[in-house]
Design a protein around this ligand. Structure first.
Ligand SMILES: NC(=O)c1ccc[n+]([C@@H]2O[C@H](COP(=O)([O-])OP(=O)(O)OC[C@H]3O[C@@H](n4cnc5c(N)ncnc54)[C@H](O)[C@@H]3O)[C@@H](O)[C@H]2O)c1
Ligand SMILES: O=P(O)(O)OC[C@H](O)CO
Length: 333
């Protein structure tokens, strides 16, 4: 039987543990609080992150990283992106020898502008063939309700992506393989920033033309960045790009979208942070995505606008005026 360790028992870690268990894997689910691990085991639910959802058999929660990691064929990493480096440094000595490390995270590291797979390779000292990424339009609550959805599993080694694909394929969860790890990761990280922008527009009371413009031009700047970084541009019209943008930018379940909506309605950053109980990656990653764009000489006006609102306190009305008054350009540049 395939064994999977999932490090991170938040909403997506728990929902993906359900997918793996439904696909027939034996799953150990790590979380940093022993009390929550005990509650998961005793109630068969995750009362904090997915209240009311009954977990399938085959998931055992633990707060002991060595116990979670033991003999795992796949080690799934799903903690906030900015804590991964520190977390993984502690877990690395305990990992099963040939385990494949799978990132479910959608962020870019602040300071280094590194993608999560780069952080994983660096900290765990593993080759590209042992690092995979799973991404796509996967709002945790909908997956936990077993609503049909597709995803992308990307790895430089296609045979590894295929192994992961069969480990997490269920009647309601359909993963496709891809070898464009860079494109898949960028799609996931930048859509959170665009999700914030669309949320802000929503909160300001703007309509569907404005939101469609942000989504489409957001995809354009994601693709420009991807091209500069060697990604396949077609990845961005797939599940990791357009697919995830549509889910994030249209759903009130998206934390990034909701965070933006609150800001657009006039809440301060501090009030919005206080109202946000879970990880909204774009809030921090908008700065590292902008950093990544600058490192590659790529113009990312929507990302820049989001940073100016979220981190520099620029009023959304002023930021929008500036975005709309940029110089005229052809669509494809
Ligand atoms: N929720 C979704 O719908 C969804 C879907 C796809 C991808 N993701 C991505 O998955 C990642 C995790 O998101 P989530 O929704 O599970 O977040 P969450 O806020 O629901 O859970 C985060 C988990 O990380 C833990 N955590 C927080 N700080 C930590 C630290 N310093 N050390 C160790 N553990 C820590 C929390 O205890 C919790 O278990 C993010 O990168 C997110 O973009 C989320
Ligand atoms: O809640 P969000 O904004 O982190 O989005 C969740 C997923 O990434 C959607 O695919």
């Amino acid at each position: 039987m395939t064994k999977a360790a999932v490090f991170g028992n938040g909403s997506w870690g728990t929902a993906f543990a359900m997918v793996l268990a439904d696909a027939g894997c034996e799953v150990s689910l790590w979380g940093r609080r022993a009390a929550l691990a005990e509650a998961i085991n005793s109630t068969g639910t995750n009362p904090e992150y997915l209240p009311g959802v009954e977990l399938p058999k085959g998931i055992t929660a633990t707060a002991d990283p060595a116990e979670a990691a033991r003999d795992a064929d796949f080690t799934v990493l799903v903690v906030p992106s900015q804590t991964l480096r520190e977390n993984l440094a502690q877990w690395a000595p305990k990992l099963a020898p040939d385990t494949v490390l799978v990132s479910l995270m959608k962020g870019i590291e602040l300071g280094t502008a590194k993608r999560m797979s780069e952080v994983i390779r660096e900290v765990a000292d593993v080759p590209a063939e042992r690092v995979a990424v799973l991404t796509g339009p996967n709002l945790a609550k909908e997956i936990a309700a077993r609503q049909p959805a597709a995803a992308v599993v990307a790895c430089a080694d296609e045979s590894v992506a295929q192994r992961l694909q069969s480990a997490c394929m269920t009647p309601y969860f359909r993963p496709y393989t891809n070898t464009d790890v860079v494109g898949c990761e960028l799609g996931g990280a930048v859509k959170n920033v665009i999700g914030l922008a669309v949320g802000i527009a929503n909160g300001m009371g703007l309509g569907d033309n404005s939101k469609a413009t942000l989504i489409t031009r957001g995809l354009a700047e994601t693709t420009r960045l991807g091209l500069a970084m060697g990604a396949d541009p077609l990845t961005f019209s797939g599940l990791a790009g357009l697919g995830d943008l549509v889910a994030t930018c249209s759903s009130p379940l998206s934390r990034n979208n909701t965070f933006g909506t609150n800001l657009g309605r006039g809440m301060t950053l501090q009030e919005t942070i206080a109202a946000t109980k879970q990880t909204a990656e774009g809030v921090k990653s908008c700065e590292s995505v902008l950093d990544l764009g600058r490192r590659h000489g790529v113009d990312m006006p929507i990302t820049e606008t989001v940073v100016s609102i979220v981190h520099d306190g620029k009023p959304p009305v002023v930021a929008l005026k500036e975005l709309m008054s940029r110089s005229a350009k052809p669509e494809r540049r």
